[in-house]
Ligand binder design. Sequence first.
Ligand code: ADP
Ligand code: MG
Length: 394
Amino acid sequence: MSQIPSLDALIARGVRDQRVFVRVDLNVPLRGGAITDDTRVRASLPTLRRLIAAGARVVVASHLGRPKGKRKPEFSLRPVAPRLAQLLGAGVSFCEDCIGPEAARAVSELGPGQVVLLENLRFHAGEEANDADFAKALAQLADCYVNDAFGTAHRAHASTEGIARHVDRVAAGDLLRSELEHLRVVREPVRPLLVILGGAKVSDKLAVLEALAPHADVLAIGGAMAYTFLAARGEPVGNSLVEPDRIEDARRVARAAERSGRRLLLPSDHVVAERIAADAVSRVVSAIPEGWMGVDIGPDTATRYAAEAARARTLFWNGPMGVFEIAAFANGTAQVARAVAASSATTVVGGGDSLAAINQLGLGDRITHLSTGGGASLEYVQGLELPGVAALER
Ligand code: ADP
Ligand code: MG
């Protein structure tokens, strides 16, 4: 961590008139060409503002969606340029390509403190393939390289990994740095560490379950993945979303926790419904009856998990406790969210749906750190090296 060159150091050595290529995450949701949530644009501002103030010529690059190497207008970053300009309170020009003569001209026209946003990196197949020539073409636009795209730091792409091999002066942006600092608290926790994991699938989160079961003092499981764990114990699960081919994995995770003297908590009561729909009849049970499915943790379970949150000194939460999109099945997630917010622990919450739940309840400012990168944050707390970070350390 300490070996990662900081933005402070880069700026201190002087970036005035230098072309600084900044990889950010502007992968915003769009509907009909309008940005429906600009959280990611806002998250990129601190680093960009500092570079502008230092007189750099700022070259901003990002991906948007999954155009799979093809130029697809619905994935153009063009609509993001005016929003970025508005939030920065500065002009932002837009360039139709991220490499080649057009990009070179746009960058050469920049004066100190001016900003150009390049078109979607993923319009070129070389981006996700981490193609060396594509990485070099990007590097031709750069005297310095700053990575501030934490959400894609777990991918070795040309703009997150390859480019760093061809630019001498590199740095981590403020967002990337802050994410690593906060998530490191989960890797090296003040104990007890409570990890609350939920969401849809064991298979999505198997690696993090395996890594955290022996590491967390308490691992509390909710969401649909809980039923695979209950099935592994031989408990009735009715029609709940169980992954039969993950039952053995769940057993292994439970054994790993036990062998390490950790506690793995599963729901002891459930909200069940006959189907996942707002108008479905639901009730609270301690054993899931035939023909019913678990759609939320029950009130006793939520109280147990909340009590653990109150005792924890470090807390990591990823994944809702039930189908929180439906109000009748959102109580478990809401109760856990309130307990996390009320806890005096250092609290870190990651995952798109988990953040949505926190924000819906207006609890965002009572969480120590809201991680912007779902997959990247899970990989980092597991102790994996992120290629986008390793590239800066080299
Ligand atoms: P995050 O985005 O926070 O990482 P996930 O994407 O892993 O979370 O999981 C969120 C999804 O899991 C939500 O759409 C939610 O409806 C679903 N889910 C949670 N509990 C259940 C359940 N008991 N049955 C079916 N789906 C569930
Ligand atoms: Mg999700």
